[in-house]
Ligand binder design. Sequence first.
Ligand code: NAD
Length: 455
Amino acid sequence: MEIINPATEEVIARIDTDSPMDVQQKIEKLRKGQKEWAKQAIADRLEIIQRFGQRVQDQIDDLAGILTSETGKPLQQAYNEIKGANNRIVHLMAHAEKALAPEYLVTAGATLEHIVYEPLGLIANISAWNYPYNVGYNVFLYALVAGNAVCYKPSEYASLTGLKFRDLLYESGLPENVFECFTGGPATGEELLKAPLNGYFFTGSYATGKYIAERVAEKLVPVQLELGGKDPLYVANDVANVQQAAINAAEGAFYNTGQSCCAVERIYVHGDIFDEFLKAFVTEVKGYKTGSPLENDTFIGPLTRRQQRDVILEQVQDALNKGAILETGGKALEGKGYFMEPTVLTRVDHSMRIMREESFGPVIGIQKVKDDEEALRLMQDTEYGLTAAIYSSSYERAELLMKEIDAGTVYWNCCDRVSPEVPWSGRKHSGLGSTLSTVGIRAFTQPKAYHKRQN
Ligand code: NAD
């Protein structure tokens, strides 16, 4: 498989992809290793993960370079991701032993009762490319700490990073028969779907996630899906600082070149402050430097996948055909690399694809609304349910909307953020199940109930 740098379109590496036979052999090896791994003390497992985290930070210059070369992520943002992902390890160190310990619930009387959280066994982690550290750690580190063995299939757009995870885990003392990297595209994923694994944890698009859930259904094993979104942000007319809200919203929409599952994908602004907000927003976006991801001040890099740029350009054209106004951007950049101008559209509505389909790139539609009621109705008018953000100086006002919104995460005066302390979950077409928090530690276990009668 050729690994292509999306900024230069050069082939930067060629790697072997796993054949069906390779997949089978790796699975057999992991199946054997898991039993021993599960017997190790949680503290010992955590120590290995902590060493892994340290190695990653020690080698951050190399790793950030690899991430940027295969995904086009601006280098500074690659550093941010790698540094930031370590908070998952800090979270595990603080909470895993308690979350995985047996719970003694009935401790007196004739029959005593307790729960043991056993690992699922051998699980698949089929992953995405946009934040390989964050979304990878959410699954494979948590699964390993809970005593599982992991078939890790990185995205074909982040294979070099995936192979590095394997090497660094082994160098950190992880037994080689509890984690394997399965390289390749959908065909490699298909081999994992055929295998009799004990759980499937997927991060990626709704279409692939739904397909995987259907394929796995007959196995009756846990399936978790972290999928896409069409995340709304609403700015109410009492917002404390319109300019600051515009700057935050723009960053939420365009960070990582808009390729974040929780990127702001559509914005609603109260009519009273619309003009002021739009002016500040467009000024901010025009200030973003688009170009080589290796340059320090670049904010917008290339798209990782060439075909997604075509999808976004079609969405923009569809909006323009239906009467939208192009405030800035709108075109692909000439020359090598999958670059596109950061694009802002107004006079948009929900008849347009740009306000309904996930764009996953540097484009945003901003719609004027007359009140909170209209904002809520439009925010709810989606098949997705990952995150939603409300900007208002009144928590009470924001909370009324946050309670109504059918999404796994709601934000007040912030957006596009993930914390390991709270569950990360999508509703409707955005997913099934949760990662992170103690909920996301126990997600990789199955409870066994003990009923103990003395005589
Ligand atoms: P994708 O669905 O194209 O691919 C995801 C993974 O599935 C890849 O590893 C791919 O090789 C594999 N795959 C594809 N077809 C398969 C098949 N038939 N059988 C088995 N495996 C198969 O998604 P992507 O482009 O890598 O990621 C982008 C999407 O991921 C966006 O929709 C984004 O919103 C979403 N995402 C969600 C979260 C979250 O936490 N909710 C995080 C990151 C990304």
